[in-house]
Design a protein around this ligand. Structure first.
Ligand SMILES: Cc1cc2nc3c(=O)[nH]c(=O)nc-3n(C[C@H](O)[C@H](O)[C@H](O)COP(=O)(O)OP(=O)(O)OC[C@H]3O[C@@H](n4cnc5c(N)ncnc54)[C@H](O)[C@@H]3O)c2cc1C
Ligand SMILES: Cc1ncc(C[n+]2csc(CCOP(=O)(O)OP(=O)(O)O)c2C)c(N)n1
Length: 592
């Protein structure tokens, strides 16, 4: 048992429980209902509190911190608006399986239900967007609940939890008990080890395949670096082609010879065609999201499917699978590798060679191609330059949401897990900047870049002030196309090119804005200026906002339009540019 068993106030217990659960940094914003906890924080030096500018920022910063370290991210907010402001980040973490503990203050217990000042039903509001939540009415329950909160957030399928603590409970005294190595909680015991017979069956099926594919996802990242090592070993042993979702990038290296690039709506032609045509699909820690499957009744029609997932509720949720294996990716991969080594059956060499030949033909289609321009910076080119100029450093990439996010996923080659932080499930504009802050707090010496869009970045731009206060030299690299590019692209391709409210007329001067925050502002407008400006951005030991002016109307391809099948992708040169040339806004003004 760690931590002493002694009499404490509820507020003291919170700080002690954070220490006992190994917390070093937390992200928060004070208010009346959490002042006793803030008072305790003031009187200690072990835990660093990062004061954000908006509670949503605290949530995303904690997400970035958690995803880049594998630890739990911790958030502290006040009651009412403090709690409601963090809801977007909680839902974001729930959808992307990110472990967060959010501690919120609540009005004193006698006032609950009286419409007291800054009262809201925090447990009611956050019930559907957390893995679990508690309202603690008795100080003697507090230590147990706090330790459970950490356990539930990080075990099994990770996710956010909320502990709501009324102010009188923070003042009350009770006995503090440290975390116990043996959990007494019987109802929640996630299964780590997969069923060995099912794994054996899966290995048998894999060895009989003629057109196999490994489809991996965020679960491999959640499982820890050992799972990535085992995945690499499995690829080497089987020589199977491998693709990944947006959330799993880096688990297998982008430079690896079996890598086909990301799959899904904006995935590569070869990855999607191979998913469509394969005969055995091994899904490892991914959840058959609709951005992956496209039209469900046309999804990989002729394959047998194996699904490894720690969450039983993920199995058969969207797609029926033939061999479900419930367990942690790392544990199951370990058994799989061992059984594969021991098995004498092997994929027929000729069949696998034929499958690779087919994949190489799809690959030759070069589905990420774009037309370079010597006068205008193409966003894809900017991403390629960012990659080339940062790949040899310890670099972490976060993103906002939109076209820039997809270009980052397509063109930045991730070699390691936990280097890529993006909002996949909820698709939260405003995620990337505070997430970068959280990553930088966890990795002070690393290069942390938020690949941003000009619209998204304005949702949480105030966190630049936090970055300055904590000397976190994050780099905000804006692919500035003056549009909500992803919305404009859909309007162009799917809504008759009527660009309804997707153009921002009054854009701030991002360079001056950077300077107003005490950061460095940089701008590049021509391809020839880009490398020098990126190098300057990297060398500056301060937060930077980089205004990279890119082609306004570039589209992100490939694209599987929603509701279409994998083999109905739009490829770069099949998309019509005519519509772009005719783009008009509502007032009839030409926007090209
Ligand atoms: C604009 C936009 C466009 C997008 N386009 C694409 C696209 O083209 N391609 C794409 O891939 N995504 C795309 N996405 C992201 C997409 O919406 C989903 O977030 C993503 O596909 C889900 O990834 P995943 O299946 O790896 O699931 P995750 O959300 O990462 O879920 C992981 C799964 O693994 C399980 N798991 C967790 N931990 C473990 C463990 N330790 N062991 C075993 N299992 C575990 C979980 O239960 C869950 O089922 C896009 C998002 C946006 C915002
Ligand atoms: C909070 C939120 N509101 C709305 C959306 C819908 N949405 C998705 S992408 C997008 C446009 C993003 O524009 P920008 O940040 O400039 O990026 P670009 O697509 O131009 O790269 C919008 C509005 C969203 N994802 N999140």
């Amino acid at each position: 048992m760690t931590g002493s068993s002694r009499e404490m106030t509820g507020a003291e217990m919170v700080v002690q429980a954070l220490k006992d659960n190994g917390v070093e940094d937390i992200f928060g914003y004070p208010g009346g209902a959490v002042l006793p906890i803030y008072d305790e924080l003031f009187q200690q030096d072990e835990i660093v509190h990062v004061l954000v500018r908006h509670e949503q920022g605290a949530g995303h910063a904690a997400e970035g911190y958690a995803r880049s370290t594998g630890k739990v991210g911790v958030v502290l907010v006040t009651s009412g608006p403090g709690a409601t402001n963090v809801v977007t980040a909680l839902q974001d973490a729930l959808m992307d399986s990110i472990p967060l503990v959010c501690i919120s203050g609540q009005v004193p217990t006698p006032l609950i239900g009286s419409d007291a000042f800054q009262e809201c039903d925090t447990v009611g509001i956050t019930r559907p967007c957390t893995k679990h939540n508690w309202l603690v009415r008795d100080v003697n329950d507090l230590p147990r609940v706090l330790h459970e909160a950490f356990r539930i957030a990080q075990t099994g399928r990770p996710g956010p939890v909320v502990v709501d603590i009324p102010k009188d409970v923070q003042f009350a005294t009770g006995e503090y008990v440290g975390p116990s190595p043996v959990t007494e909680q019987k109802s929640y015991q996630p299964k780590l080890q997969g069923d060995l017979d099912s794994i054996r069956e899966a290995v048998q099926l894999m060895s009989e395949a003629r057109k196999p594919i490994l489809y991996t996802g965020g679960g491999v990242i959640n499982s820890g670096s050992e799972a990535s090592h085992l995945l690499r070993e499995l690829v080497q042993l089987t020589d199977f082609p491998i693709t990944s979702t947006l959330m799993g990038l880096g688990a297998y290296p982008a430079s690896g010879k079996n890598w086909m690039g990301m799959l899904g709506m904006h995935g590569t032609y070869e990855a999607n065609m191979a998913m469509h045509d394969c005969d055995v699909m091994v899904c490892i820690g991914a959840r058959f999201d609709d951005r992956i499957t496209g039209r469900l009744d046309a999804f990989s029609p002729n394959s047998k499917k194996i699904h490894i997932d720690i969450d039983p509720s993920s199995i058969n949720k969207n797609v029926h699978v033939d061999i479900p294996i419930i367990g942690d990716c790392g544990h199951v991969l370990e058994d799989m590798v061992r059984l594969w080594r021991a098995s004498s059956t092997r994929v027929e060499n000729k069949a696998l060679a034929g499958w690779w030949e087919q994949i190489d033909k799809w690959r030759a289609r070069n589905s990420l191609a774009y037309t370079p321009n010597k006068d205008v910076i193409m966003p894809q080119y900017a991403m390629q330059r960012i990659y080339e100029l940062t790949k040899d450093r310890e670099t972490y990439i976060t993103t906002e949401v939109g076209q820039h996010q997809m270009w980052a996923a397509q063109f930045y080659g991730f070699e390691e897990p936990n280097r890529w932080m993006t909002s996949g499930g909820l698709g939260t504009m405003g995620y990337g900047l505070p997430a970068a802050l959280g990553v930088q707090i966890a990795h002070p010496d690393a290069l942390v870049i938020d690949i941003a869009g000009d619209a998204s970045v304005q949702m949480t731009i105030q966190e630049m002030s936090t970055a300055v206060q904590y000397e976190a030299p994050i780099k905000i690299f804006i692919l500035n196309n003056q549009y909500m590019g992803m919305v404009r692209q859909w309007q162009q391709l799917l809504h008759g090119n009527r660009l309804s409210h997707s153009y921002t007329e009054a854009m701030p001067d991002f360079v001056k804005l950077a300077e107003a925050y005490g950061c460095v502002g940089l701008r590049a407008e021509k391809p020839g200026e880009l490398d020098d400006a990126i190098n300057e951005m990297i060398s500056v030991d301060k937060p930077v906002i980089f205004d990279c002016r890119v082609a306004n109307l570039a589209n992100c391809f490939p694209m599987i339009p929603s509701g279409k099948a994998h083999n109905e992708m739009l490829l770069p040169d099949e998309a019509t540019d005519e519509a772009v040339a005719n783009a008009i806004d509502k007032k009839g003004k030409a926007l090209v």
